[in-house]
Design a protein around this ligand. Sequence first.
Ligand SMILES: [Zn+2]
Ligand SMILES: [Zn+2]
Length: 354
Amino acid sequence: MHELIANLHMHTKYSDGHGNHHEIKKAALDERIDIVIVTDHNIHVSGLEPYLKDGENQVLMLVGEEIHDQSQTPQKNHLLVFGTENEYATLAWDPQALINKVNQIGGLSFIAHPVDPASPAVNEDDISWIDWSVSGFTGLELWNAMSEFKSLLKSKLHAVFYSYFPNRIAHKPFPETMKIWDQLLNSGQRVVAVGGSDAHALPASLGPLHKILFPYKLHFRCINTHILTNGPLQGDYEYDKQLVLRSLARGRAFIGYDLPASTRGFRFTAHGLSKIAVMGEEISAQGGITFQIHLPIPTECRLLRSGQVIKEWKENKTCTFISSEPGIYRVEAYIHYKNQRRGWIFSNPIYVRG
Ligand SMILES: [Zn+2]
Ligand SMILES: [Zn+2]
């Protein structure tokens, strides 16, 4: 199993971001990110070189799109779409039709920032997802770096403070979003969780101070989606695109907040009578299951079944747990950083069937 680090959900000058695609690839290469997925608002940008290489290192850029109905006020229901090669923003007014179309062409769709409350101090509206009648989407963005930043802005001064101390921002996904995810999983749906940066790299000024708010490089050190694939990238665009998107579609991935410490190397597996399941896979409870969790460094970790914590470890690197109960098992790990407890790893589930 090969681990690729992806940073997804970001904007360029083609919508409301400030950088361009080459700057994004360069920043990703510098930060040793393997894959970036650029998602401008309501525009599919095509014809770009997908790779940037430097000796042994390379970055693959996939171009998706973030689609929402611009005639709505406020502009809710943002859908991240990956693996498409054409423009589908014309379907923005009907999220279900959009999801169906993306599925039909073999693409992936993720509900962006499902909970994204208003921030009146900086004139930002609530742009949460509201159309929960939809079905068939691949997953949701469990942790969005910019939504969390926005939620902390009780005044304009807070914005200045956090722009200078960005390592104080990320703590964990919103509890409301976690709850929505668990409810969807418990209803029997397969829902893949990803972490998104929602990078814009906007220039900001306050008096004589001029600054780029959250440059791409900073985002690439923070909330990433680590994807487990059958092998490394090959440098063949069609092959690599399918390698990444098929693993992501299955949920063979976890969210890692890589700033306190790299989350590379995290593993969560379920060992049953006849197979070993990884994140995103199903396994039969018959005969009992041994869950194995491997953390890159010893820290606080918990195993959840269908949204409930069933076991906690305080400072372990390897954790095991035996169960024969069917359910949806997932892992959360926490770490202390800058004197505060932070969410560090959020796994996708293993589905244990009765
Ligand atoms: Zn959005
Ligand atoms: Zn966005």
